[in-house]
Design a protein around this ligand. Structure first.
Ligand code: ADP
Ligand code: MG
Length: 256
Protein backbone atom coordinates (compact mmCIF):
# COMPACT_ATOMS: atom_id res chain seq x y z
CA UNK A 1 0.00 0.00 0.00
CA UNK A 2 1.34 3.44 -0.98
CA UNK A 3 0.40 5.78 1.84
CA UNK A 4 -0.58 9.19 0.48
CA UNK A 5 -2.21 10.75 3.53
CA UNK A 6 -1.40 10.49 7.20
CA UNK A 7 -2.98 11.99 10.26
CA UNK A 8 -0.38 11.94 13.00
CA UNK A 9 -1.53 12.35 16.59
CA UNK A 10 -4.22 14.85 15.62
CA UNK A 11 -6.11 16.43 18.52
CA UNK A 12 -8.43 19.41 18.66
CA UNK A 13 -10.00 21.34 21.51
CA UNK A 14 -12.62 24.00 20.86
CA UNK A 15 -13.37 26.87 23.16
CA UNK A 16 -17.03 27.88 23.29
CA UNK A 17 -18.24 31.48 23.73
CA UNK A 18 -18.72 31.00 27.47
CA UNK A 19 -15.15 29.76 27.88
CA UNK A 20 -15.94 26.04 28.07
CA UNK A 21 -13.33 23.81 26.48
CA UNK A 22 -14.54 20.91 24.35
CA UNK A 23 -12.05 18.26 23.35
CA UNK A 24 -13.49 17.14 20.03
CA UNK A 25 -10.70 14.93 18.66
CA UNK A 26 -8.10 13.03 20.64
CA UNK A 27 -4.83 11.56 19.29
CA UNK A 28 -6.08 10.36 15.93
CA UNK A 29 -3.58 8.40 13.85
CA UNK A 30 -4.65 7.24 10.42
CA UNK A 31 -2.80 6.15 7.30
CA UNK A 32 -4.67 6.30 4.02
CA UNK A 33 -3.37 4.36 1.04
CA UNK A 34 -3.73 5.39 -2.60
CA UNK A 35 -7.14 4.36 -3.97
CA UNK A 36 -8.40 3.40 -0.53
CA UNK A 37 -12.07 3.80 0.22
CA UNK A 38 -12.30 4.48 3.93
CA UNK A 39 -15.51 5.07 5.84
CA UNK A 40 -15.59 6.73 9.24
CA UNK A 41 -18.47 5.95 11.61
CA UNK A 42 -19.00 7.12 15.16
CA UNK A 43 -21.56 8.50 17.60
CA UNK A 44 -23.01 11.90 16.77
CA UNK A 45 -20.75 14.72 17.97
CA UNK A 46 -17.64 12.52 18.23
CA UNK A 47 -15.58 14.76 15.96
CA UNK A 48 -15.99 13.14 12.52
CA UNK A 49 -16.63 16.41 10.69
CA UNK A 50 -13.84 18.07 12.64
CA UNK A 51 -11.37 15.40 11.49
CA UNK A 52 -12.40 15.85 7.85
CA UNK A 53 -12.11 19.63 8.12
CA UNK A 54 -8.64 19.31 9.62
CA UNK A 55 -7.57 16.88 6.88
CA UNK A 56 -8.91 19.24 4.19
CA UNK A 57 -6.95 22.16 5.65
CA UNK A 58 -10.12 24.15 6.45
CA UNK A 59 -9.46 23.86 10.17
CA UNK A 60 -6.04 23.83 11.85
CA UNK A 61 -5.21 20.85 14.04
CA UNK A 62 -4.77 21.71 17.73
CA UNK A 63 -1.78 19.43 18.05
CA UNK A 64 -0.41 16.86 15.64
CA UNK A 65 -0.40 17.18 11.88
CA UNK A 66 -1.83 15.99 8.59
CA UNK A 67 0.62 14.98 5.92
CA UNK A 68 -0.27 14.67 2.24
CA UNK A 69 2.55 12.86 0.46
CA UNK A 70 4.65 13.65 3.54
CA UNK A 71 4.05 17.41 3.25
CA UNK A 72 2.02 19.13 5.92
CA UNK A 73 -1.48 20.24 4.91
CA UNK A 74 -1.95 23.82 6.11
CA UNK A 75 -4.73 25.14 3.90
CA UNK A 76 -7.21 23.78 1.36
CA UNK A 77 -5.51 22.87 -1.92
CA UNK A 78 -6.38 21.28 -5.27
CA UNK A 79 -5.20 17.83 -4.22
CA UNK A 80 -7.99 17.41 -1.66
CA UNK A 81 -11.68 17.85 -2.58
CA UNK A 82 -14.70 18.01 -0.32
CA UNK A 83 -18.39 17.07 -0.65
CA UNK A 84 -20.77 18.12 2.14
CA UNK A 85 -24.20 16.88 3.15
CA UNK A 86 -26.07 20.01 2.09
CA UNK A 87 -25.04 19.98 -1.61
CA UNK A 88 -23.53 23.49 -1.31
CA UNK A 89 -24.35 24.44 -4.90
CA UNK A 90 -24.51 28.08 -5.93
CA UNK A 91 -28.23 28.78 -6.48
CA UNK A 92 -27.56 31.50 -9.06
CA UNK A 93 -25.42 29.29 -11.32
CA UNK A 94 -26.78 26.75 -13.77
CA UNK A 95 -25.74 23.15 -13.21
CA UNK A 96 -22.89 23.12 -15.73
CA UNK A 97 -21.35 26.26 -14.19
CA UNK A 98 -21.73 24.79 -10.72
CA UNK A 99 -19.65 21.83 -11.88
CA UNK A 100 -17.11 24.04 -13.65
CA UNK A 101 -16.79 26.56 -10.84
CA UNK A 102 -13.66 25.11 -9.28
CA UNK A 103 -11.85 25.14 -12.61
CA UNK A 104 -11.90 28.92 -13.12
CA UNK A 105 -9.16 29.33 -10.60
CA UNK A 106 -6.77 27.26 -12.66
CA UNK A 107 -7.09 29.84 -15.45
CA UNK A 108 -8.88 27.49 -17.84
CA UNK A 109 -10.94 28.92 -20.73
CA UNK A 110 -14.71 28.54 -20.57
CA UNK A 111 -14.85 26.13 -23.52
CA UNK A 112 -12.40 23.77 -21.78
CA UNK A 113 -14.16 24.13 -18.41
CA UNK A 114 -17.50 23.24 -19.94
CA UNK A 115 -16.00 20.26 -21.74
CA UNK A 116 -14.77 18.83 -18.44
CA UNK A 117 -18.04 19.69 -16.68
CA UNK A 118 -20.03 17.96 -19.44
CA UNK A 119 -17.95 14.82 -19.04
CA UNK A 120 -18.63 14.60 -15.31
CA UNK A 121 -22.31 15.46 -15.71
CA UNK A 122 -22.44 12.54 -18.10
CA UNK A 123 -20.71 10.32 -15.53
CA UNK A 124 -23.37 11.12 -12.91
CA UNK A 125 -26.20 10.87 -15.48
CA UNK A 126 -27.12 14.57 -15.23
CA UNK A 127 -26.26 15.79 -18.74
CA UNK A 128 -29.83 16.69 -19.63
CA UNK A 129 -29.93 19.09 -16.66
CA UNK A 130 -26.78 20.99 -17.61
CA UNK A 131 -28.67 24.26 -17.99
CA UNK A 132 -31.13 23.84 -15.13
CA UNK A 133 -30.75 25.73 -11.86
CA UNK A 134 -30.29 23.98 -8.47
CA UNK A 135 -33.81 24.82 -7.24
CA UNK A 136 -35.23 22.87 -10.19
CA UNK A 137 -33.53 19.65 -9.03
CA UNK A 138 -34.40 17.02 -6.43
CA UNK A 139 -32.07 16.39 -3.48
CA UNK A 140 -30.56 13.32 -5.14
CA UNK A 141 -29.92 15.25 -8.37
CA UNK A 142 -28.27 18.10 -6.50
CA UNK A 143 -25.99 15.68 -4.73
CA UNK A 144 -25.06 14.13 -8.09
CA UNK A 145 -24.06 17.61 -9.27
CA UNK A 146 -22.00 18.13 -6.10
CA UNK A 147 -20.20 14.85 -6.76
CA UNK A 148 -19.59 15.80 -10.40
CA UNK A 149 -18.12 19.11 -9.24
CA UNK A 150 -15.79 17.40 -6.78
CA UNK A 151 -14.55 14.94 -9.42
CA UNK A 152 -14.19 17.66 -12.09
CA UNK A 153 -11.52 19.34 -10.01
CA UNK A 154 -9.65 16.06 -10.18
CA UNK A 155 -8.37 15.95 -6.60
CA UNK A 156 -6.35 12.92 -5.52
CA UNK A 157 -8.35 12.60 -2.34
CA UNK A 158 -12.04 13.14 -1.92
CA UNK A 159 -13.43 13.87 1.54
CA UNK A 160 -17.16 13.28 1.86
CA UNK A 161 -19.07 14.31 5.00
CA UNK A 162 -22.37 12.41 5.18
CA UNK A 163 -23.02 13.25 1.52
CA UNK A 164 -26.09 11.02 1.28
CA UNK A 165 -27.43 11.82 4.74
CA UNK A 166 -30.47 13.77 3.61
CA UNK A 167 -31.53 11.50 0.75
CA UNK A 168 -34.34 8.97 0.75
CA UNK A 169 -33.30 5.31 1.09
CA UNK A 170 -33.77 4.40 -2.57
CA UNK A 171 -31.82 7.37 -3.98
CA UNK A 172 -29.15 6.74 -1.41
CA UNK A 173 -28.57 3.14 -2.51
CA UNK A 174 -28.50 4.28 -6.14
CA UNK A 175 -25.89 6.94 -5.43
CA UNK A 176 -23.76 4.52 -3.37
CA UNK A 177 -23.57 2.30 -6.46
CA UNK A 178 -22.76 5.25 -8.69
CA UNK A 179 -20.08 6.53 -6.37
CA UNK A 180 -18.37 3.11 -6.36
CA UNK A 181 -18.53 3.01 -10.13
CA UNK A 182 -16.91 6.46 -10.47
CA UNK A 183 -14.36 5.64 -7.78
CA UNK A 184 -13.38 2.47 -9.64
CA UNK A 185 -13.19 4.10 -13.07
CA UNK A 186 -11.40 7.30 -11.93
CA UNK A 187 -9.16 5.76 -9.27
CA UNK A 188 -9.63 8.18 -6.41
CA UNK A 189 -8.90 7.92 -2.73
CA UNK A 190 -12.03 8.47 -0.67
CA UNK A 191 -12.58 9.30 2.99
CA UNK A 192 -16.29 9.08 3.65
CA UNK A 193 -18.07 9.95 6.90
CA UNK A 194 -21.45 8.36 7.45
CA UNK A 195 -23.78 7.61 10.33
CA UNK A 196 -25.12 4.63 8.38
CA UNK A 197 -23.34 1.39 9.27
CA UNK A 198 -24.99 -0.31 6.31
CA UNK A 199 -23.54 2.33 3.99
CA UNK A 200 -20.06 1.95 5.50
CA UNK A 201 -20.04 -1.84 5.06
CA UNK A 202 -21.37 -1.51 1.52
CA UNK A 203 -18.76 1.04 0.44
CA UNK A 204 -15.54 0.76 2.40
CA UNK A 205 -12.29 -1.17 2.16
CA UNK A 206 -11.85 -0.31 5.81
CA UNK A 207 -14.26 1.11 8.37
CA UNK A 208 -12.83 3.40 11.03
CA UNK A 209 -14.94 3.14 14.19
CA UNK A 210 -14.68 6.20 16.44
CA UNK A 211 -15.29 6.39 20.16
CA UNK A 212 -17.73 8.86 21.72
CA UNK A 213 -16.31 12.37 22.28
CA UNK A 214 -13.45 13.05 22.51
CA UNK A 215 -13.21 11.17 19.24
CA UNK A 216 -10.52 8.54 19.18
CA UNK A 217 -10.11 5.70 16.74
CA UNK A 218 -11.52 2.70 18.50
CA UNK A 219 -11.05 0.12 15.77
CA UNK A 220 -10.22 -0.12 12.07
CA UNK A 221 -12.20 -2.95 10.53
CA UNK A 222 -11.23 -4.33 7.09
CA UNK A 223 -14.20 -5.25 4.91
CA UNK A 224 -12.90 -8.21 2.96
CA UNK A 225 -15.78 -8.63 0.54
CA UNK A 226 -15.73 -8.58 -3.23
CA UNK A 227 -17.64 -5.79 -4.98
CA UNK A 228 -20.41 -5.47 -5.94
CA UNK A 229 -21.45 -6.46 -2.45
CA UNK A 230 -24.68 -8.11 -1.53
CA UNK A 231 -26.48 -7.11 1.62
CA UNK A 232 -27.84 -10.67 1.66
CA UNK A 233 -24.32 -12.08 2.20
CA UNK A 234 -24.11 -13.38 5.81
CA UNK A 235 -20.70 -11.73 6.21
CA UNK A 236 -22.35 -8.36 5.45
CA UNK A 237 -24.69 -8.94 8.39
CA UNK A 238 -21.92 -10.07 10.72
CA UNK A 239 -19.74 -7.03 9.98
CA UNK A 240 -22.71 -4.70 10.37
CA UNK A 241 -23.60 -6.28 13.72
CA UNK A 242 -20.03 -6.00 14.92
CA UNK A 243 -19.88 -2.26 14.17
CA UNK A 244 -23.33 -1.60 15.65
CA UNK A 245 -22.29 -3.35 18.83
CA UNK A 246 -19.14 -1.23 19.12
CA UNK A 247 -21.15 1.95 18.58
CA UNK A 248 -23.71 0.92 21.16
CA UNK A 249 -20.93 0.33 23.66
CA UNK A 250 -19.67 3.83 22.96
CA UNK A 251 -23.07 5.42 23.44
CA UNK A 252 -24.04 3.48 26.56
CA UNK A 253 -20.48 3.56 27.91
CA UNK A 254 -20.25 -0.14 28.63
CA UNK A 255 -19.41 -3.43 26.93
CA UNK A 256 -22.40 -5.46 25.83
P1 ADP B 1 -19.63 14.89 14.30
O1 ADP B 1 -19.38 15.33 12.92
O2 ADP B 1 -18.96 13.60 14.65
O3 ADP B 1 -21.09 14.83 14.65
P2 ADP B 1 -18.29 17.39 14.98
O4 ADP B 1 -16.92 17.19 14.47
O5 ADP B 1 -19.19 18.24 14.18
O6 ADP B 1 -18.97 15.96 15.29
O7 ADP B 1 -18.20 18.02 16.44
C1 ADP B 1 -17.47 17.44 17.50
C2 ADP B 1 -17.65 18.27 18.77
O8 ADP B 1 -16.97 19.51 18.61
C3 ADP B 1 -19.10 18.61 19.08
O9 ADP B 1 -19.27 18.58 20.47
C4 ADP B 1 -19.26 20.02 18.54
O10 ADP B 1 -20.23 20.70 19.28
C5 ADP B 1 -17.88 20.58 18.78
N1 ADP B 1 -17.53 21.62 17.78
C6 ADP B 1 -17.38 21.43 16.45
N2 ADP B 1 -17.03 22.58 15.84
C7 ADP B 1 -16.97 23.51 16.80
C8 ADP B 1 -16.64 24.92 16.82
N3 ADP B 1 -16.31 25.57 15.70
N4 ADP B 1 -16.69 25.56 18.03
C9 ADP B 1 -17.01 24.90 19.16
N5 ADP B 1 -17.31 23.60 19.22
C10 ADP B 1 -17.29 22.90 18.06
MG1 MG C 1 -20.65 15.81 11.34
Amino acid sequence: MTVILRAVNVSKTFETKNGERIRAVDSVNLSVGKNDFICIVGPSGCGKSTILRIISGLEPAGTGSVLFREREVKRPGPEIGMVFQDYSLFPWLQVIDNVAVGLEFSGMKKRERWKIARHYLDVVAMSEFAHAFPHELSGGMRQRVAIARAFAKDPEILLMDEPFGSLDAHTRILLQKELLRIWESHRKTVLFVTHSVDEAVYLADRVVIMSARPGRIREVLPIDMERPRSRANPLFGRLTDHILQRLEEEVTGRSI
